[in-house]
Design a protein around this ligand. Structure first.
Ligand SMILES: Cc1cc2nc3c(=O)[nH]c(=O)nc-3n(C[C@H](O)[C@H](O)[C@H](O)COP(=O)(O)OP(=O)(O)OC[C@H]3O[C@@H](n4cnc5c(N)ncnc54)[C@H](O)[C@@H]3O)c2cc1C
Length: 404
């Protein structure tokens, strides 16, 4: 009997963990497993705000794929997916084409700019290793260049969006800016870190006590918040926002847009039925129209029956989904066992606010503040590394600087 071809697209949290689980459960004689990814490394998106601010080097946030996969069982293809052809069971790559019997789509997210003029052209985004490194280099360049023209716009850093990513990023900036000022001979009082948020408060949806803690901690370190303010335009040298019906402009050469993500647009372009750009999966994580296509992570939409809204896209849910996807694929390949349904078990939400500070909720309703929150966040990162690559990977990439 012909061995089935399982093709996993994207080596993010969902795709990587599915591949590692499949290689543990299937023999080379049972299936051909192929993992496709743009780069030869997996990166931890949850650390990208640190790479962007320059508080962590990019190598700390990325893992060489071949260090984690078993090459006797998994064929790694470094290439870019251009299109999925679900009616033909084919995937078009920049440099070729792949046939599959089973497909896992784990292509992650893209920034959503909601048609705001100038954002695509002028703003920086925290999307992947390269875009994050660009932000770090851009910040340093402007601090260095300031001595040439004394343009204050070089020292105004505007972050669009006071959600999880925007707040984690300004927390890192609050720590990094004093270091940059020292390195580039700049008076700290000349630098502004400005967070612009459309909702009446930052971190909408978070417990008010946690929001207050975050704002106080960040304001004490110099972050300015402009809430209830809609970003209207990003220019090469300014941003325009509307507040209380009035337009205001902040001169800046650095706008970082952190206010929205959408699923990888390849999904929509490939003709899948979508809801908010994502594939609303069946309980067993398969696409509604295709019995051999699984969708995972930020490309998948699952409704939370309790709230009546989709579960937010997180690494946590992508990692949990990988267990269901891998289990169901193994059942299909081996031809025995039932397909199981996915159930999300929230392990909590923790946001970092810079070195040794954070806040969040764990174990249902236990609120954590300060170093306890960052400790728990680092522990959960470390647990992920352990699951992905065992003790070797944990020792190489783990976060052990618990009190920094
Ligand atoms: C700054 C930041 C902080 C965050 N913090 C948290 C947090 O603390 N906790 C949490 O749970 N979630 C957090 N998230 C959200 C979380 O990171 C995402 O939900 C998660 O990464 C989604 O995982 P995924 O497997 O769907 O895709 P991703 O992890 O995004 O991976 C997608 C992979 O697909 C590859 N790829 C994309 N397009 C192509 C293509 N065309 N061809 C080939 N390969 C391609 C990419 O290179 C990447 O390797 C954060 C996100 C950001 C941006």
């Amino acid at each position: 009997m012909k061995k089935p071809n399982i093709v996993v697209l994207g080596a993010g949290y969902g795709g990587m963990m599915t591949t590692v689980k499949l290689q543990k459960s299937l023999n080379a004689s049972e299936a051909n497993i192929t993992l496709v990814n743009k780069n030869d490394y997996h990166y931890q998106t949850t650390w990208l705000h640190e790479v962007s601010a320059g508080t962590v080097h990019q190598d700390q946030a990325r893992i060489t794929i071949k260090d984690v996969i078993n090459e006797h069982k998994v064929n790694f293809v470094q290439d870019t997916v251009v299109e999925i052809k679900p009616n033909e069971n084919k995937v078009k790559l920049e440099n070729g084409e792949l046939d599959y019997d089973y497909l896992v789509i784990g292509l992650g997210f893209e920034s959503a700019t909601f048609g705001i003029p100038g954002l695509e052209e002028n703003a920086l985004m925290i999307n992947d290793i390269n875009s994050s490194r660009l932000i770090r280099e851009h910040l340093e360049f402007n601090f260095a260049e300031y001595h040439k023209d004394q343009n204050p716009a070089r020292l105004n850093i505007v972050v669009g969006g006071g959600g999880f990513t925007g707040i984690e990023f300004v927390g890192e900036l609050a720590n990094k800016v004093p270091e940059l000022c020292k390195e580039y001979d700049i008076d700290k009082s000349q630098v502004r870190i400005i967070n612009v948020e459309g909702a009446p408060t930052v971190l909408p949806g978070f417990d008010p006590e946690l929001v207050e803690y975050a704002m106080n901690s960040l304001e004490a370190r110099g972050v300015e918040f402009i809430t209830g303010a809609l970003l209207k335009e990003s220019k090469p040298d300014a941003v325009v926002y509307e507040k209380d019906g009035k337009l205001n402009e902040i001169p800046t050469l650095t706008t970082v847009w952190a206010a929205g993500v959408k699923a990888n647009t390849i999904v929509e372009k490939s003709g899948f039925e979508t809801n908010r750009g994502k594939i609303q999966v069946r309980p067993d994580m398969r696409a509604p129209e295709f019995d051999n296509v699984f969708v995972i992570g930020d490309c998948a939409l699952i409704m939370n029956e309790e709230s009546g809204r989709p579960f937010p896209p997180t690494a946590q849910i992508a990692i949990q989904q990988s267990a269901t996807v891998a289990h169901n694929l193994v059942s299909l390949v081996k031809g025995h066992g039932e397909l199981e349904g996915f159930e999300f078990k929230s392990l909590g939400t923790l946001a970092s606010l810079g070195h040794n500070d954070g806040m969040g909720v764990v174990f249902g309703d236990k609120k954590l503040f300060g170093w306890k929150a960052t400790f728990m966040k680092k522990m959960s990162d470390n647990r992920y590394l352990m699951k992905l690559g065992g003790i070797g990977l944990l020792l190489k990439k783990g976060k052990f600087n618990f009190f920094y």
